[in-house]
Design a binder for this molecule. Structure first.
Ligand code: SF4
Length: 459
C-alpha cells in the first residue's frame, strides 16, 4: 500500500494540499513557447525552477526540452533580475541564435516584481536584440494558477506580440488547440485539412516534441508556428479555440486586437465535441464535411454501439485539467457511463464548475466534484465508495495500485508510458483510441476476475 496513510474519513482542509492535481505555471508557458518555430523558452528565476520545468516536460515527452534561465543567485533575489535577463538575452542570441526568446517568470521574480517589458525594452534600446529577432513574455507566478494558466498566458502573448491587423480578410482559420499532446495538435490540423481549410495553428508542438529519431540533433526542429504565420493570424477569417481555459484568452485577445471573430469550444474529445468542432469549421469557412470524416465518425459510432454493454453504468473517477475534464466527462456521459468523482487541481472558477455539474446532471449516482482539489480527497472518496475505472495522469497509478482499480492514463504528466505524444485522443480517430483504451482496461479486468465458468472467448 503506497498511499496507506490516506484515511477514509474526510476532514475539511482549506490551507493544505496533499498530492496536488496540477503543476506550476511556467511548465505550461514553456510548453506553449516550444510550439513557436525557432523559439528558446527562457525561465526568469532561479536554476532550480528551470531544471524542474525542463525535466517535467522531458519526462512526459521523452524528448530533450530546451530552455534557458536567468539563474538567479542571492544578489538577483535581493536587487532584482534585470542584469541577469539582459545578460541572458545577449548570450542566448549569440550562442543559440533563436528567432524568438519567450520569457516566463517564476514565483521568485514575480515576488521581487521584475518588470519584464521594461527590461526587454531596455535590451532592445541597447541593441541586444538583433534585427528580425524577438523577445516576448508572459507573467507566470506559480502561487496563482497552474500549468494550464501558464500555457494560456504564453499563448495570449503570441497574439499580443505578433498578430497584425489587416484591411482585408484571408480565408485562413486560426486554430488554438489548447494544452493537448503534439499528436492531438497534428490531428486537429489534419481534420481541418481534410475539410480543405487553410489554417494557422498556435501554438503547435507537433514535429517539435514528437519528432522522429534521425541520428542528428536539431535544437529547433521543423515544427512549430512561425512568426510570419503568427502575424497573419490578425487577418484570418476567424478563430476556433479549443478549451475555454487554455485557449479562450488568446482567442478573445485576437478578437479585441484585430477584430478576428472567435468560437471557443470544448476540446474535441468524444463524438459530440468533435461534431461541434467539425460543424463550427463547416459554418465558419463555408466548406463541406468530406466523406472521409463522415467515415471516421461512423467507425466511432460503430464501436460505441458494439460495445455499449461494457460501458453502461460503469462508475468512473476522473482527475484532470479543466478543459480535458469537462470534455471527457461529457464523453463518458454520452456512453452511459457514470463519472462520479471529478477533480481538477486548477481553480477554474464558478462558471467551469457550473458546466461540469450540468454535464453530470443526468448521472443516476451521487457525483462529487472538487475544482481546485487534490488527489488525496479523490482517493478518500474512492475509499468511501469505489469506482470501476480511473482516468488521470501517472500520479493516479498509486490510487489504482492500492485500490486495485482498472486505470486509463490521460492528461499531464504521463511519466511511465509512451504513446500519448504520437497517438491522438481528439477527433473521431482519437475518440476510437480512447474507447479502445477504456474497453481494454475494463475487459482485461473482467477476464482477470472471471472464473472457469464465466471466462468468455467472445466479448
Ligand atoms: S512553484 Fe514557483 S518556485 Fe516552485 S518550481 Fe514552480 S515557479 Fe519555481
Amino acid at each position: 500500500m503506497l498511499l496507506r496513510h490516506t484515511t477514509t474519513e474526510i476532514k475539511d482542509r482549506t490551507a493544505l494540499t496533499v498530492n496536488p492535481a496540477k503543476t506550476c505555471q511556467p511548465i505550461g508557458a514553456m510548453y506553449a513557447a516550444l510550439g513557436i518555430h525557432g523559439c528558446m523558452p527562457h525561465s526568469h528565476g532561479s536554476q532550480g525552477c528551470y531544471a524542474y520545468h525542463r525535466s517535467a516536460l522531458t519526462r512526459h515527452y521523452k524528448e530533450p526540452v530546451i530552455a534557458a534561465t536567468s539563474a538567479f543567485t542571492e544578489g538577483a533575489s535581493v536587487f532584482g533580475g534585470q542584469a541577469n535577463l539582459m545578460q541572458a538575452i545577449d548570450n542566448i542570441f549569440s550562442v543559440y541564435n533563436p528567432d524568438v526568446i519567450a520569457v516566463h517568470t517564476t514565483c521568485l521574480s514575480e515576488t521581487i516584481g521584475d518588470d519584464i517589458p521594461q527590461i526587454v525594452n531596455k535590451a532592445m534600446a541597447e541593441g541586444r536584440v538583433p534585427a528580425g529577432k524577438y523577445v516576448i513574455h508572459a507573467n507566470t507566478p506559480s502561487y496563482a494558477g497552474s500549468h494550464i494558466t501558464g500555457f494560456a498566458g504564453m499563448t495570449k502573448a503570441m497574439v499580443d506580440y505578433f498578430a497584425e491587423t489587416a484591411s482585408a480578410r484571408t480565408k485562413t482559420v486560426n486554430l488554438i488547440p489548447g494544452f493537448v499532446e503534439p499528436s492531438d495538435m497534428a490531428e486537429i490540423r489534419r481534420m481541418a485539412a481534410e475539410m480543405g481549410l487553410e489554417t494557422i495553428m498556435f501554438p503547435d508542438t507537433s514535429g517539435v516534441l514528437n519528432g522522429p529519431m534521425t541520428g542528428k540533433y536539431r535544437m529547433y526542429p521543423p515544427g512549430g508556428v512561425t512568426v510570419e504565420a503568427l502575424r497573419r493570424t490578425g487577418s484570418s477569417l476567424g478563430t476556433v479555440a479549443l478549451g475555454h481555459l487554455a485557449s479562450g484568452d488568446a482567442a478573445r485577445a485576437l478578437d479585441v486586437k484585430c477584430k478576428v471573430p472567435c468560437q471557443i469550444l470544448d476540446l474535441p474529445i468524444g463524438l459530440g465535441a468533435t461534431d461541434r468542432f467539425v460543424d463550427t469549421l463547416h459554418r465558419m469557412a463555408g466548406v463541406n464535411v468530406p466523406d472521409s470524416l463522415t467515415f471516421e465518425r461512423g467507425q466511432m459510432v460503430d464501436i460505441i454501439a458494439d460495445m455499449h454493454q461494457y460501458f453502461y453504468n460503469k462508475r468512473v473517477g476522473l482527475v484532470g485539467d479543466p478543459d480535458q475534464l469537462l470534455a471527457l466527462t461529457k464523453f463518458l456521459v454520452s456512453l452511459d457511463m457514470a463519472p462520479v468523482y471529478l477533480v481538477t487541481g486548477t481553480s477554474a472558477g464558478k462558471k467551469f464548475e457550473k458546466h461540469l455539474r450540468a454535464a453530470v446532471a443526468g448521472v443516476p449516482h451521487e457525483v462529487q466534484i472538487k475544482v481546485g482539489g487534490d488527489m488525496h480527497l479523490f482517493h478518500q472518496w474512492i475509499k468511501q465508495a469505489p469506482v470501476d475505472l480511473l482516468i488521470g495522469n501517472s500520479y493516479v497509478k498509486y490510487i489504482a495500485h492500492d485500490e486495485d482499480i482498472p486505470y486509463v492514463r490521460h492528461g499531464f504528466p504521463i511519466l511511465d508510458r509512451v504513446g500519448h505524444s504520437y497517438f491522438p485522443t481528439v477527433g473521431y480517430r482519437g475518440g476510437m483510441r480512447l474507447l479502445e483504451k477504456i474497453l481494454d482496461a475494463l475487459l482485461d479486468r473482467k477476464d482477470r476476475d472471471a472464473t472457469d465458468i464465466t471466462f468468455e472467448l467472445v466479448m
